[in-house]
Design a protein around this ligand. Structure first.
Ligand SMILES: [Zn+2]
Ligand SMILES: [Zn+2]
Length: 346
């Protein structure tokens, strides 16, 4: 398909982005052209929009950013066999090499040569996006496009929560951004006995409550460690899902986890964080895990199944809808923090 399309372009090495007319991407034999129906704004996109240290060192404007989406297949390359025109699809956003030892041993989510759609390549804040067929995930026909568009971040939540056993356990979710809120729903659906959600934003704590948190804790008014002592009869929590990236909150996570427990870290603190390894990790015999991406495609199957079966109702998480043209409103909301997932509809 040739012609022009509307896209949100990271147009310069500085704050903001611009709505521009750009060429509709052309596809090679292994790619698929997708008409984007819904695309959600991720924290990563906000970093790129604001132009912080990380984005300045990673991305190369001008380019179209955005990576979370769902849409309809409108054109397929000559060698594509896994989808057909008209299919509803989303995409795994990690482009992996298929050749490194991780890729060859079933751990492509930690491929050494990972590139990310919309960070290292052209993204989906546009009317059309070209995606390698190997990255596509086919959605059930009945799944609404807005819901389908948030499966990628939901995959982060699922990957973190289900990186160990949660059945009958007490799970702490530290940081209730959209992925933290999703993690609350996942932990509940997976059979956690208690899900304690921590944040400093009332709006987001309220969303965590709606998603089934058994307790919500405003960490700026209540001492998180004290409340955990009360809620667990002095035992501490079995599992910590760290999604705040805040050094103090992270340390509280290590203090509140019980001996032999698990701390799974998805957050990306901007600077190195200090921990008491001796007392909070070694003597407690805990497991600490870094979590990145989604297992390909085990996590996608879990996400799709949890949503499609109704085990996790993601509707409360999607709080705002805008047209592509209204992207500035979406980014302002994300920076303000009084929102769940913000979805743009090209
Ligand atoms: Zn994302
Ligand atoms: Zn690889």
């Amino acid at each position: 398909m040739s012609g022009k399309m509307k896209a949100i372009v990271k147009h310069h090495r500085g704050y903001g982005a611009k709505l521009q007319l750009v060429d509709i991407p052309s596809i090679n034999d292994h790619e698929v052209l997708i008409k984007v129906k819904a695309t959600s704004i991720c924290g990563t996109d906000v970093h790129i929009y604001k132009w912080d240290e990380w984005s300045a060192s990673r991305v190369n404007p001008p380019y179209v950013f955005g990576h979370e989406f769902s849409g309809e297949v409108v054109e397929i390359g000559a060698n594509v066999t896994n989808v057909n025109i008209g299919d509803s699809v989303s995409a795994e956003t990690h482009l992996v090499c298929g050749k490194c030892s991780q890729c060859l041993t079933g751990k492509a989510h930690i491929c050494k040569n990972t590139k990310i759609i919309g960070v290292d390549t052209q993204g989906c804040f546009a009317e059309y996006v070209a995606i390698p067929s190997a990255n596509l995930w086919k959605n059930p026909k009945e799944m609404p496009y807005d819901v389908a568009s948030i499966q990628e971040p939901m995959g982060n939540a699922v990957h973190t929560v289900l990186a160990g056993d949660v059945v009958g356990k007490t799970v702490a979710i530290i940081g209730c951004g959209p992925i933290g809120i999703m993690a609350v729903g996942v932990a509940k659906a997976a059979g956690a006995a208690q899900v304690i959600a921590f944040d400093v934003n009332e709006y987001r704590l309220d969303l965590a409550k709606q998603m089934g948190a058994t307790s919500i804790v405003d960490s700026k008014t209540v001492d998180p460690l004290q409340i955990v002592q009360q809620l667990t009869e002095g035992n501490g929590v079995d599992v910590v899902c760290e999604m705040s990236g805040h050094p103090i909150a992270m340390n509280q996570g290590f203090k509140m986890v019980t001996n032999g427990g698990r701390v799974s870290i998805l957050s990306l603190p901007v600077r190195p964080v200090e921990f008491d390894v001796t007392n909070d990790i070694v003597f407690k015999g805990i497991t600490v895990q870094g979590i990145t991406g989604r297992k390909m495609f085990e996590t996608w199957q879990q996400v799709s199944g949890l949503i499609h079966s109704g085990q996790v109702d993601v509707k409360p998480i999607i709080t705002h809808h805008f047209s592509l043209e209204e992207y500035e409103k979406g980014f302002d909301l994300m920076m303000d923090g009084n929102c769940g997932k913000v979805v743009l509809h090209p």
